[in-house]
Design a protein around this ligand. Structure first.
Ligand SMILES: [Fe+2]
Length: 271
């Protein structure tokens, strides 16, 4: 959940994290430096922001929402869904994906799909569909347009988010100030992006995901058992074996620990 607003006058831990990340600090330094940042940010004579000793600042994982009827697997890997001639208000969505320990998660698969400026989904091709992975700092950037409205729904962007080796979160992101937010039964204010004008008629939005990713030391990944191999660049249609079963690649990606089939259903199907 995006969490840029101070809560009860104090920034939450993720707010501080987000600000530090935005300042270009590397994630490990951020983690070490969060308490110090908070202390040095105090006004002389004023109260220092109170940060909980653990990372639990009250934020629950990003809530799921229904997939809806228009998801298509095997979207192109790309961070921009537009070209120079695409009609619509330009929108850039940025953010980070955090785990339960409030630390950024790199390598998270984010698969976005949305309506065009007229409120139509492309069910024949892949317009306004694309997937990407969070970078080494757990950040993502999507370049698209403000989606059009269609009957029965408020304005929204669909997304599936999957950290390596974890379940898929399917949800939707919403826009503040939309009249239909009040009447769409699916609307959830916890899924509101922050949106601001970026000049020249463009918009900038921000949203941070919190996935149910444990961030304490866990069991080690067992060694590969089959032809599947970390570091290999797989293409759609490639076939591997893993754990004595065969799988077909659905999306181009470079294999890494945690993305083994069948634990990454967005990348592999049995076959
Ligand atoms: Fe939709």
């Amino acid at each position: 959940m995006d969490d840029q607003e101070p809560r009860d006058g104090h920034p939450t831990r993720k707010t501080v994290l987000r600000a530090a990340l935005a300042a270009g600090l590397a994630a490990p330094a951020v983690l070490v430096g969060v308490p110090a940042l908070a202390r040095t940010g105090a006004v002389p004579g004023g109260a220092a922001p109170e940060l909980t000793p653990t990372c639990d600042d009250g934020d629950d994982p990003t809530p799921p929402q229904m997939e809806g009827p228009y998801f298509k697997p095997n979207s192109p890997r790309r961070t921009s869904l537009v070209d120079a001639g695409t009609p619509g208000v330009r929108l850039t969505v940025t953010g980070w994906v955090f785990g339960r320990g409030c630390r950024p998660v790199p390598g998270v698969l984010l698969d976005f799909w949305q309506a065009d400026v007229n409120g139509a989904y492309d069910n024949a091709g892949y317009r306004f569909r694309g997937h990407q992975f969070t970078d080494a700092q757990g950040a993502f950037r999507l370049t698209t347009i403000v989606p059009g409205l269609y009957p029965g729904r408020t304005r929204h962007i669909h997304v599936k988010a999957q950290a390596p080796g974890r379940p898929v979160l399917t949800t939707q992101l919403y826009f503040p100030g939309e009249p239909r937010n009040a009447t769409d039964p699916l609307f959830d204010p916890r899924l509101l992006m922050t949106v601001r004008d970026a000049g020249s008629g463009a918009k900038e939005a921000a949203f941070d995901f919190v996935l149910d990713v444990p961030q304490t030391p866990g069991p080690t990944t067992p060694p590969p058992d089959g032809t599947w191999s970390p570091g290999t660049a797989y293409r759609p249609g490639d076939r591997v074996t893993y754990g004595g079963r065969g799988y077909v690649c659905l999306q181009a990606h470079t294999a890494q620990a945690g993305w083994e089939p069948p634990g990454a259903p967005a990348l592999w199907r049995a076959g």
